[in-house]
Design a binder for this molecule. Sequence first.
Ligand SMILES: [Zn+2]
Length: 196
Amino acid sequence: MLIRKIFICMISLLITDCTLASDDMTIPEKTKHTEKLYTKLSKCINSDNNFPSLDTAISLDIDPSHEINAFSSQGKIVITAGLLKIANSDEFIAFVLSHEISHHIYQHLEKQRNFSPGENFEDRVAFALQRGIAMEVEADRLGLEIMQQCGFDTANARETLEILLNENSSKVNDTTTGLLYFERMKHLHPKKIPAK
Ligand SMILES: [Zn+2]
């Protein structure tokens, strides 16, 4: 049964999208599958003139941590095994990947590093938070466009974000993380993007 599902996934990935069988797939299998989705997305972005190109040197790393997290750092996108464990569809993973890819396309890391806020500490914190929110919302918007352009259904994007919010509920008490999630939810309207 499992072998058949993996086989169908491999074939369907060439033609269309394949829904992950979350109950059956192990983390190493999901890792391989996620790498394929990443390759699919990066090829799609770089063959489409509507998008600024994505540096092909940017790698995808799967961190063995049980924490549910995805983030970008210099030259790479990191997804934890904990996040893969709860990922229940290709669209779920594509949403996370497209969001992180968008951070790289917009060079958010570099912008964050070169950013010099004002002198006053409180102003700096408030400004940095606003900037962080703006970048998250920007990455979600482009991420949804990428998903649509690359043939992924975005209808459940809000649900994906909601799952991530619920799974991270302990962190949501930390006001910064909570605020980022809530602001992202507020601005995420996948159905409003016109179909291309
Ligand atoms: Zn982000």
